[in-house]
Ligand binder design. Sequence first.
Ligand SMILES: [Zn+2]
Length: 297
Amino acid sequence: MAWLLIGLSVSLCWLASLCKVYYSSHSSSRTAFFSNDASCLYFSLAMFLFFFVFLCFLFWSIFLVVPFLTLCMSLSAESKQKRNILLVIAHPDDESMFFSPTISYLTSKGHNLYVLCISTGNADGMGNTRKEELYQACAILKVPLHQIKVLDNPKLQDGFGKVWDHDLLAKIVEEEVASGTIDSILTFDSYGISGHCNHKDVHHGVRRFLNMSRRKVEAWELLSTNILRKYSGPVDIWFSIVYSMCWPSGQVHCLLNDDPSKSFQAMAQHMSQWVWFRKLFVSFSSYTYVNTLKRIA
Ligand SMILES: [Zn+2]
């Protein structure tokens, strides 16, 4: 049923586009940019159809396709063996804003997820508050509290322009991997989704650990997307699925969020950060609905 509706939506989208091309190319008054002639009426009709189809597409993506595809992925998942997975983030709220589909997926499969937050997010002097908010958000995301660690190292403080030592980060990751018998690591990619320098440093710190350590640890990075995909909400699931299909089996995984409202609730626990533009971000960000993970080790 969902595929039929998608096919219908795409067909209508095609039709609307053809209407626009036809009337634009046959219009006798191309220079009449602000006129109210018939071509403008047809153009408006075509635009209306286009947006109507887009809204339908969004609706089906949220309510039908996401649960359907998640179910398919769940059935085919190779997650019989429970793993100890370390998620390395830079600030409290990174887990809810960017990684919630991955966290939901892993906890629902019974994997042991550990969260290592490198800073308290003390850029505005609210480090202690933000640390507590992280615990509350993780409770919503079903990560046990004793598996969350928040560091407050003077050399690793939150802020733009604060350069974090990659060797120090590698050493910290090494200690965590050893103490938690970690077999997989998750972190940002080299762009860090938002481009924040702390996110990028976390990535390079994990990379340094992987290059230096003799331990056999699997590692995955969360892929950054371009701005159009980033704010396309659930529609990005199609791009993510197609992208993951272009890679050899097992190198890229596309994880869909079976309960996007949980991401919203988790982010709402970060009260000190819960301002209007972050509410908009969580609503329209594709990272609320889908995560694409690429294997780096
Ligand atoms: Zn961050």
